[in-house]
Design a protein around this ligand. Structure first.
Ligand code: AMP
Length: 288
């Protein structure tokens, strides 16, 4: 799976990226982290980036594009990756498209964490306080003044990417104001809906149970028919419990494919049988 996480500073991109790394074994490519490492190691790139980063401005496109291009060539990329903090400008996005095309890599989706700007300052202040409490070094660009500049840069330079990826039907938007847990769940749900990850599985046995419940009002006969149909359904096939909900762009395009894969499942067969049997019961009643 290859993803981009998009959102302003403090939206929770890093936290969610970590969770995706844990769950799907992806590699997190954070240009901010890479640049901070370069600054700490005093490499030529680090020396060039140091003051720019401290002021809250963006490092020149060529530098970050070069870093990402080199990184994509590393062997650990084969399991997939999450780009966090890159691309940040339209020229960076266009360069990434070119790079991916040249390297025959397909981007699955761009997940935008949409947040309320007024909450971001609070979030960053909390993050700084927590880091201080843990005795960790605090980023020099995590001050209210620099954050305001980073937010302004996001609005003018990065936000146009929402339109860029929406036009390319890659954009999935998640409400980043929910709790961390909820955001994670929502990301997993939409990734399953577009078929980028395995959907949550439900056994055929559970599907029969569900069919029985639905069948109850129509009588025992219906439940029996549902059970038969579920047995007759192809073995080993799983059914999804995820709802294809607020999915836009890539989701709308890919969701039918994901649904298609789940076709022919026990749940479907059971539901069909329930409908058929219900019709029979209604007809009989009508005759009487
Ligand atoms: P981040 O950790 O993503 O907030 O990035 C910290 C800083 O690194 C940013 O404020 C920029 O100065 C620089 N930076 C990170 N990613 C990029 C990028 N894609 N383009 C330009 N500058 C970047």
């Amino acid at each position: 799976m290859r993803l981009i996480l998009l959102g302003p500073p403090g939206a929770g991109k890093g936290t969610q990226a970590q969770r995706l790394v844990q769950k799907y074994g992806l590699v997190q490519l954070s240009t901010g982290e890479m640049l901070r490492a370069a600054v700490a190691a005093e490499t030529p790139v680090g020396l060039q980036a140091k003051d720019v980063m401290a002021s809250g401005s963006l490092v020149p496109d060529e530098i970050v594009i070069g870093i990402i291009s080199d990184r994509l060539d590393q062997p650990d990329m084969k399991n997939g990756f999450i780009l966090d903090g890159f691309p940040r400008t339209v020229p960076q996005a266009a360069a990434l498209d070119e790079l991916l095309k040249k390297k025959h890599i397909k981007l699955d989706a761009v997940v935008e964490l949409r947040v309320n700007e007024s909450a971001l300052l609070d979030r960053v202040e909390t993050r700084v306080a927590e880091m201080r409490a843990r005795g960790e070094e605090v980023r020099i660009d995590d001050t209210p003044e620099v954050l305001s500049k980073r937010l302004a840069n996001y609005r003018t330079l990065t936000e146009p990417l929402i339109h860029y990826y929406s036009e390319r039907r890659k954009l999935l938007t998640v409400d980043g104001m929910m709790t961390i847990e909820h955001v994670t769940r929502e990301i997993n749900r939409i990734l399953a809906a577009i078929g980028a990850v395995e959907p949550k599985v439900v056994s055929a046995k559970k599907a029969v149970g569900a069919a029985r419940k639905t069948a109850k009002p129509a009588g025992k006969k219906v439940a029996k028919t549902a059970k038969k149909a579920a047995k007759a359904a192809p073995k080993g096939k799983k059914t999804t419990s995820s709802k294809a909900g607020r999915v836009t762009g890539a989701g709308r395009k890919a969701a039918p494919a994901a649904k298609g894969r789940a076709a022919g499942t026990a749940k479907k067969a059971a539901k069909k049988a329930v409908r058929k049997a219900s019709k029979k019961v209604t007809k009989k009643r009508a005759k009487r």
